[in-house]
Write a protein that binds this ligand. Sequence first.
Ligand code: NDP
Length: 453
Amino acid sequence: MTEYASTFMSHVKARNPGEPEFHQAVQEVVESLTLVLDRYPEYRTSKILERMVEPERVIMFRVPWMDDQGEIHVNRGFRVEMNSAIGPYKGGLRFHPSVNLSILKFLAFEQVFKNSLTSLPMGGAKGGSDFDPKGKSDNEVMRFCQSFMSELYRHIGPDTDVPAGDIGVGGREIGFLFGQYKKLRNEFTGVLTGKGLNWGGSLIRPEATGYGAVYFAAEMLATRGQTLEGKTCLVSGSGNVAQYTVEKINQLGGKVVTLSDSNGYIYDEEGIDRKKLDFVMELKNVRRGRIKEYVDRFPRAVYRPIDPKSDHHPIWDHKADCAFPSATQNEINAKDAQNLLRNGVYLVAEGANMPTTLEGVRIFLDAKILYGPGKAANAGGVATSGLEMAQNSMRLPWTREEVDQRLQLIMKNIHKTCRDIAERFGTPGNYVNGANIGGFLKVADAMMDQGLV
Ligand code: NDP
């Protein structure tokens, strides 16, 4: 780390104690930005970075709700509105017991750079709750969502802040949240994205993050004259991002051999084809079951439970060409990164946000593999949310083909921006620098134009 970066990080850590995920996300960015701040000292004198690590607003609130047995529960709700220099706040809601301020600040911070990279006018935010939707009935989830929105509605709006889904928040939850917002405001507007197709949603939005990560991977491979045809791929997670990552890899001729959830993972040497993916989609999206059930249905695959005390995750210890971490933050540590390289992986495209630790990232960069960080590789989701906002404003839906073409073009452009900027700042092939600097410049210039606000 440079002296500037280490002084800056000491300041961030002192001001934000007990927020390790937020420190990690800021550190990765600061290391890249030293290159920009040296070249353009006006950003340093205007304290642009100091301003960017301070959320414009943090909202925290009580979410009381009643379960089917009549027992009362109290969860905590959050919305971190990080930066609105280039557009209304935009970013997902996460419902997971691990949710806390550190995790949401890291996600909101990353979102600012990611949204800027899409070239669409969206600021950055993130929110959610420590509510766990697992094992809850549809009615319990509905009552929770209604209580959550009964406070959040005051702070959001189609020109102010437009939330979407993330871990634990899919079509069902967006529906309940939208219904409550509409009732409270008496307005039918594009206040959330990821909506149902009959009521303002966009075609391709459910597919967008996974498809986008694969389009980004295809662009990275093309720089080495390769395609996904015949490549063996490791995918983690089994939720929204993982499912559509598998679908697109299959369409482009690759073979996916793994999927996981927080209890364990499956390895299917023969590949997860269309029929098997349909089973996973039904299992996860309708029956809300566990990935373990995959091997009951397809007994030639193997299931291994996860040992939380282990120093590595065995999903990353299989022979493969490409890896698509698509579950959660910090799922690839230094040992996992080494295992991936040892097993022949030379492309990592991050569907999840910050799935690789700082040490893991360093190992990928040193090995000069094709490493696409989340804020670039998974930007297709929020980009298509931006396209949903555009369709809502026009009150006109686009066709599947039109949205998909726009998504492909956006991913191509993000890839080009990352490559060109990495080259311009003397680190060719380093997509981390490309994404961090590319995302920063547009936001920083907008902040300079708008004065000290
Ligand atoms: P889902 O809730 O649909 O799926 C999440 C998957 O990850 C599940 O298989 C879940 O398993 C697993 N998982 C969650 N938390 C953990 C954990 N702590 N340890 C191990 N496994 C875990 O979420 P998404 O697919 O939407 O999101 C996945 C990742 O992609 C997240 O990092 C999210 O921030 C990122 N992302 C999502 C976007 C979107 O459009 N949805 C956009 C950009 C990024 P289990 O069922 O056991 O919890």
